[in-house]
Design a protein. Sequence first.
Length: 230
Amino acid sequence: MRISELSTRSGVALATIKYYLREGLLHQGEQVAATRAEYDDSHLRRLRLIRALLEVGRLPVAAIKQVVEAVEDETLPVHQVLGTAHYALGPTVEPESGEPWDAALAQTDAIIAGQGWTITPHAPTRAELAQTLLTLRRLGMSTDVTRYAEAARRIARDDMDTIPLDAPRESAVEALVLGTVLYGRALDTLRRMAHESESAHRLGLVPEDSPAGEAPEARAAGKDQSGPTG
């Protein structure tokens, strides 16, 4: 297909595609004439990946380049390619110094060992969790996150079932990025919704004879919308 058709089928503006080509994010098409190149489905897959990293993952161009380079490096195993994308999605945490940081890092390693997880020592998530634990401790909050680790383990198993590991590498990375960000967002939203419901029940705002999960405010709103009867 020509670049104009690639733009139409991908939904990416022609000028943007040319920018991706210049930056090396998108591989060059097959040159069939001095001023014409042909593109194929691999370019469509790459554009979907770039859009996922840019629009959903909110990654800067430099980070997208790292992921794209990993995808193109056929010597890298799929696990390492997925790890490159996964690490790019998280924040960069600078390790601290001193006993509190060492203790937080030791607790992180204990959690990893307790769950039987295989995590590389340089994984940025290791430092990220240590920083979170350190912040909890400084605020006088509990640092026991075992229940979250156990829930995460169950969720991760289900998540991995949605990633097509035998598909083209771009497709696998795209699925990982979309799943991590969007399902992560859904998980956070559902947790906050559950907090609201649990608070209403514990504080006695939901009568025992009311429909499950329906607070008085919701019932009142429903009555207002239904209008008068009779």
